[in-house]
Ligand binder design. Structure first.
Ligand code: NAD
Length: 485
């Protein structure tokens, strides 16, 4: 297969810059170098923030209808380049191309922008008439320069999930994509440039976290808010770095989702949902359900069908539409994931499936692949059930009662998402209400209306984004009180 070569650039003040220090970009499925990207130093980060700061003066005052028009053009261009963007996302991440379906995945990427362009144009001010005839109204003002710091696992989706509302509500943006996946963000900058986003409104700087582009952004005095998605430990570091300049923060952090399968389910449907919840994006997914818990009467029957379904997953060339399991992001991450499996095995767990690397033809034999891995015989307090493994690894535990299921499900530091599978509506409501999770799916996975709040409880995040919740984060509310005298 032809390997493309991507020479990624920063996008600062409407100009593309090669930068000075360049680092290599690898294709996770083969570990071949597919390009290079620049690492921004403090001066380049400063240039991007200054450009965003200058552009804020006019963008924040641009009529919302005009901003909506430009953002719709941006989204339309994303849709027009859907096939290319789907491939780029696979080059970046190693995810199977079938999971980047232009009509589903890239459509959602574009919709992240369209949705907020429309929402900002139709929501905002409130007014209250007091008994004495005074009028109070609430003006929503954009905040300023928004630093958007994103992870590598679903880059285009998460980048636009932040770019859309930030720009729609009148802020200007400096995006810092993850160092593993710089290509998609560069493509977004090219599209933004082509459709005529005014210079400085949207900037992209590349680089790493500590002592690099990420850290420089979090400490820059002109950055007024940070929307960060990534690891919980990184969130803590960013919070400390942002404290001296008192920035507004929104954190979407790690997850360790439970997937509770009750005895009354349709087993085939429950298996299908559980396979998706565990192995979408090869399990490198904050919202995944890697803690599978099955009520004892159906435990054996479920497990048999689940393992059989996992055996049918096909790791391999992510560009092959038949491939259903992609490569992990990097060799060091593969090592980390297999470390969890080996530790569990050493402690007596049964690895029913996987735990090893698939036999693949060259050049995919050099990629970061791991077979779908199904583990039983672990305690829910074990590290593999408590920490984010972030790979195609699922643990399966039996439970007896609803109360026990809830207690175990809530017994982790994370609280991002959960799946509940049952036909009993009363039970679905009881369990969903008791779970400590920002999102609970009943009888499905990863379907969401953009109007609802999205975010995590406990160590999974701070704040919520989505529709009104994004409006609150990305704007300042000002009260104006008018006398009638
Ligand atoms: P990460 O925290 O290592 O990196 C995320 C981003 O932060 C990258 O761009 C990185 O360069 C930057 N960064 C790292 N250290 C920094 C620092 N000190 N200052 C500023 N920026 C810094 O996370 P990752 O490994 O890229 O992504 C995987 C993690 O993201 C998992 O924990 C996953 O659960 C989480 N995630 C959460 C959600 C959610 O919606 N809650 C969604 C996707 C991923």
């Amino acid at each position: 297969m032809d390997r493309p070569r991507f020479e990624v650039e920063h996008y600062i003040g409407g100009e593309f810059r090669k930068g000075r220090n360049r680092f290599e970009v690898f294709y996770p499925a083969t570990n071949e170098v597919i390009g290079t990207a620049p690492e921004a130093g403090p001066d380049e980060v400063d240039a991007a923030v200054q450009a965003a700061h200058r552009a804020f003066a006019s963008w924040s005052r641009t009529p919302v209808a005009e901003r909506r028009k430009i953002l719709h053009a941006f989204a339309r261009a994303i849709r027009e380049e859907a096939e290319e963007l789907a491939r780029v996302e696979t080059w970046d991440v190693g995810r199977p191309i079938r999971e980047n379906n232009p009509q589903v995945y890239i459509a959602r990427v574009a919709n992240n922008i369209e949705f907020f362009a429309d929402f900002a144009a139709t929501h905002g001010s409130e007014a209250f008439l007091m008994d004495n005839g005074y009028v109070n109204y609430v003006q929503r003002m954009p905040v300023g320069v928004a630093a958007l710091i994103t992870p590598w696992n679903v880059p285009l989706l998460l980048e636009t999930w932040k770019i859309g509302p930030a720009l729609a509500f009148g802020n200007t943006v400096v995006l810092k994509p993850a160092e593993y996946t710089p290509i998609g963000a560069w493509k977004l900058a090219q599209i933004a440039h082509r459709v005529g986003l005014p210079p400085g409104v949207f900037n992209v700087v590349h680089g790493f976290g500590p002592n690099s582009a990420g850290e420089f952004l979090t400490k820059h005095p002109l950055v007024r808010l940070i929307s960060f998605t990534g690891e919980t430990t990184t969130g803590k570091t960013i919070m400390a770095a942002a404290a001296p300049t008192l920035k507004r923060l929104s954190f979407e952090l790690g997850g360790k989702g439970p997937n509770l399968v009750f005895e009354d389910v349709d087993l085939d449907r429950a298996v299908e949902v559980s396979v998706r919840a565990a192995f979408f994006n090869q399990g490198e997914f904050c919202l995944a359900g890697p803690r599978l818990m099955v009520q004892r009467p159906v435990f054996d029957a479920f497990l048999e069908r689940f393992v059989a379904a996992c055996e049918r997953l096909r790791p391999g060339d992510p560009m092959d539409p038949e491939t259903t399991l992609g490569a992990l992001i990097a060799p060091e991450h593969l090592e980390r994931v297999t470390g969890y499996v080996e530790e569990a095995r050493a402690q007596g767990a049964q690895v029913l499936l996987g735990g090893d690397r698939p036999q693949l033809p060259a050049p995919f034999d050099r990629g970061n692949f791991l077979n779908p891995t199904v583990i039983t015989g672990v305690r829910h307090t074990d590290r593999i059930c408590q920490e984010e493994v972030f790979g195609p690894v699922v643990t399966v535990l039996p439970f007896d009662t609803e109360e026990e299921a809830i207690e175990v499900a809530n017994g982790v530091t994370y609280g991002l998402s959960a799946v509940v599978q049952t036909k009993d509506v009363g039970r679905a409501i009881r369990v969903a209400n008791a779970l400590e999770a920002g999102t609970v799916w009943v009888n499905d996975f990863f379907v969401r209306d953009l109007r609802v709040p999205f975010g995590g409880m406990k160590s999974s995040g701070i704040g919520r984004e989505g529709a009104q919740y994004s409006l609150e984060f990305y704007t300042e509310a000002k009260t104006v009180c008018l006398s009638n005298r």
